[in-house]
Ligand binder design. Structure first.
Ligand SMILES: NC(=O)c1ccc[n+]([C@@H]2O[C@H](COP(=O)([O-])OP(=O)(O)OC[C@H]3O[C@@H](n4cnc5c(N)ncnc54)[C@H](O)[C@@H]3O)[C@@H](O)[C@H]2O)c1
Ligand SMILES: O=C(O)[C@H](O)[C@H](O)COP(=O)(O)O
Length: 367
């Protein structure tokens, strides 16, 4: 069996090495010719799997993406051609929760805000949105949930998009959907942007195309700019460079880039392929991970916002990611390079808190 994987997918050798000939390649360079004799294709979000890519892939029987988002995959084509497809729902939701928590704390420090007096609108309340909502509640924030598709069948209390946009901070966690009843392409469009007041904060850790970046730039260049946290950008790996100085935090699509999240992503594909090939599973995602570099922290007092900020920074310093982004901006290929060279990042849950732990568990720590 020949397996072709994106070179940025960790643990491929450990999980598939025993039963496949493995070839790796940069995700943006996978070509139709390369797929001629490939049985299994494992990609990340940067490889568009479509008619053109699969034109010569006559042996292909399995495609997996080690990501939550699937907007780069023509799933109808795969179904039509009888190719088994697997993705990794939820794999990096905890990492996105860590990222947004770190962002909220940075925003609060910047604005001198006590987060327990603030509201957070969560747009898209699936795996990542729910994770973010839980962290925000643990900080004492009032959380408004907005998820029109879920609201159709779910009894949870939801608000509409307009109400979500009235929150002090609005965090977006929707899949990129271009048509249908609930499209998300440019969900934050010029009209929505115009309705916001200058005190408000927007966070995008889902897909760049969900925000109209040009309209946002126009707003930021005017008299009443917003506070922005941007992990994702329209037209990645290109970035609308003039927008970057207008963002409080700017990062290269790494919200989900914890080591645990990546391990769970590759493992989800391993599990799916084991099922397809009727091979038994002989590992767990945890077995792939090295020990946590921090281990344990004992608290002498229940953590308030300032202590939570220090604890989070100990494990994940979002400002380092932001600084690296600004330093590299404009260099050829900087976006992909930062992602490829991304330092090993562990989740808050890799740290065991003891003592006066307060809401430590809901914030993502192990208690
Ligand atoms: N930046 C990153 O590193 C990163 C990491 C993980 C996921 N993502 C992106 O975030 C997206 C969401 O991830 P998830 O795990 O929460 O997905 P999910 O499928 O679990 O949840 C998405 C939720 O969005 C809702 N939704 C759909 N259309 C909507 C609309 N128009 N308005 C409001 N809500 C709507 C759905 O009903 C669903 O509940 C992924 O599709 C992916 O594109 C980015
Ligand atoms: O959809 C996802 O899971 C994330 O956006 C994922 O972290 C993207 O990372 P990539 O596949 O681009 O390396």
């Amino acid at each position: 069996m020949k397996l072709l994987a994106d070179e940025n997918m960790p643990f491929v050798q450990e999980l598939f090495g025993d039963w496949a000939e493995i070839v790796t390649c940069p995700g943006r360079e996978i070509s139709p010719e390369q797929l001629r004799d490939v049985d299994v294709l494992l990609v990340r979000s940067i490889t568009r799997v479509d008619e053109t890519l699969l034109a010569e892939a006559e042996r292909l029987s399995f495609v997996g993406t080690a990501t939550i988002g699937c907007d780069h995959i023509d799933t109808e084509l795969l179904a039509r051609r009888g190719i088994v497809f697997a993705s990794a729902p939820g794999c990096n939701k905890v990492a996105v929760g860590d990222y947004v928590l770190a962002a909220l704390l940075r925003v609060a420090a910047h604005k001198g805000w006590s987060l327990k007096d603030k509201t957070l609108g969560v747009v898209g309340v699936g795996n990542t949105g729910a994770e973010v909502a839980e962290r925000a509640r643990a900080l004492g924030m009032t959380v408004l949930l907005c998820d029109p598709p879920r609201a159709l069948t779910d009894t949870t209390e939801f608000v509409d998009f307009e109400q979500a946009l009235s929150a002090d901070i609005v965090s977006f966690h929707v899949p990129l959907i271009r048509g249908g009843e609930h499209p998300t392409w440019h969900l934050l469009d010029q009209a929505a942007i115009a309705g916001l007041n200058t005190e408000q904060v927007l966070i995008n850790a889902c897909r760049g195309d969900v925000w109209d970046n040009q309209a946002l730039l126009a707003r930021q260049q005017g008299a009443s700019p917003l506070t922005l946290v941007m992990d994702v950008w329209e037209h990645e790996p290109e970035v609308l460079a003039p927008l970057v100085p207008h963002a409080l935090l700017a990062t290269p699509h790494i919200a989900g880039y914890s080591l645990e999240g990546k391990a769970r992503g590759t493992f989800a594909l391993y599990r799916a392929l084991c099922e397809q090939r009727q091979v038994s599973i002989h590992l767990t995602p945890e077995q792939l991970l090295p020990p946590s570099p921090i281990g344990a922290v004992h608290l002498k007092e229940a953590p308030d916002q300032a202590l939570v900020a220090r604890l989070v920074r100990l494990v994940y310093d979002i400002e380092q990611d932001d600084a690296a982004f600004r330093l590299a901006l404009g260099q050829p290929g900087f976006f992909d390079h930062l992602r490829k060279q991304y330092p090993q990042r562990r989740e808050l849950g890799s740290v065991q808190l003891s003592g006066m732990t307060g809401s430590g568990e809901a914030l993502g720590f192990k208690v």
